[in-house]
Write a protein that binds this ligand. Structure first.
Ligand code: GLU
Length: 324
């Protein structure tokens, strides 16, 4: 193995562990499969373990049926996992976030002890009214309206008639530095990037940022490979790892696959959804196409995921945020 293929510096006893953490809110598209493939190849090349975690945090949008289809698509592609999935097999269950509430509760309790959390009564409409969405990606930076008074908040008593509240975490006006395996050194100021962020929503749903950190840590994940849309949110996650005293994994974000119009794929792009793809292609064609986009094959030859392992190298993958 070339040194550049290792995304972590490991001692002989460290088990390399990666994961694929889909949200079962629709059928997978080729962009999801691309991230899963690179994660699988990176881990398997290092003789590591690959975890499938079902991120069904959003009760309104998650469906068991989609989780079953994700599993079926991964099997069809030859991307088999060593731990996790709907049958919860492995040493760190639950592997479904909807079943992990007590674990997140405990983490939230620890964060509350730091004195850095506060209840927030803002509705989405309040937030949009006080802050213009970030121009390039629609991100909203929270204004800090419900912060404690001494930290610039404006609320003296809970607003009348609002019993529901979210829990937010105070972020420092400080730059978080980290090095992404593909995109290199990153510097993110959390106050400018997102402001105080949500740990638990007013309806009781756990926020992605808290759940992903708690789960990656408790499952012993050493490398996080996922789409480049989540690159900057790694800074929020590093902040949480530090507050919770947990080891930070290595981050490797990969380009997003776009449609012909240059827009990143969404679950609405039917032609790139696995449902349509499976009607017209064999698994080896899909893997070959994606491997070609990843710079691992000079042309999109049919190949199995297993057959691609000896060709895998991080240095081949284009350092682009999107691939069309
Ligand atoms: N559940 C997230 C998604 O499907 C991925 C989260 C992650 O990989 O950290 O977009």
């Amino acid at each position: 193995m070339k040194t550049d293929d290792k995304i972590i510096t490991k001692s002989p006893t460290t088990v390399v562990k990666g994961r694929f953490a889909p949200s079962p809110t629709g059928r997978m598209h080729l962009g999801n499969v691309f991230a899963a493939l690179i994660s699988w190849l990176s881990v398997k090349k290092q003789d590591g373990k690959w975890v499938l975690r079902i991120e069904d945090l959003d009760p309104q949008r998650s469906r068991l049926e989609y989780a079953r289809l994700i599993e079926d698509d991964l099997h069809w592609l030859g991307l088999d996992w060593d731990e996790g999935g709907l049958d919860d097999s492995g040493p760190n269950p639950p592997y479904r976030q909807s079943l992990s509430g007590e674990i997140y509760e405990e983490a939230l309790r620890k964060l509350k002890e730091t004195g850095l959390t506060y209840p927030c009564y803002c509705t989405r409409a309040d937030i949009m009214a006080t802050q213009a969405p970030h121009e390039s990606d629609g991100r909203v930076v929270y204004s800090g309206k419900c912060r404690p008074l001494e930290l610039g908040g404006t609320l003296t008593t809970p607003p009348e008639g609002k019993s529901e509240r979210a829990t937010r975490l105070i972020v420092p006006d400080e730059t978080i530095h980290f090095t992404d395996r593909l995109y290199g050194p990153q510097a993110v100021n959390l106050a400018e990037h997102c402001g105080d962020f949500i740990l638990r929503r007013a309806d009781g749903a756990w926020a992605y940022q808290l759940a992903v950190v708690v789960d990656d840590a408790r499952m012993g994940i050493t490398e996080v490979v996922r789409g480049s849309d989540l690159l900057l949110s790694s800074a929020q996650q590093i902040y949480l790892y530090r507050l919770l005293g947990l080891p930070v994994p290595e981050f490797a974000h990969v380009p997003l696959i776009c449609n012909d119009a240059g827009q990143r794929l969404s679950k609405r792009d039917r032609s790139m959804s696995m449902e349509e793809v499976r009607k017209v292609a064999e698994p080896s064609h899909v893997i070959g196409q994606l491997a070609h986009l990843a710079g691992l094959l000079p042309a999109p030859f049919p190949i199995s995921a297993q057959g691609l392992l000896h060709l895998f190298s991080w240095s081949a993958i284009p350092k682009l945020s999107k691939i069309i």
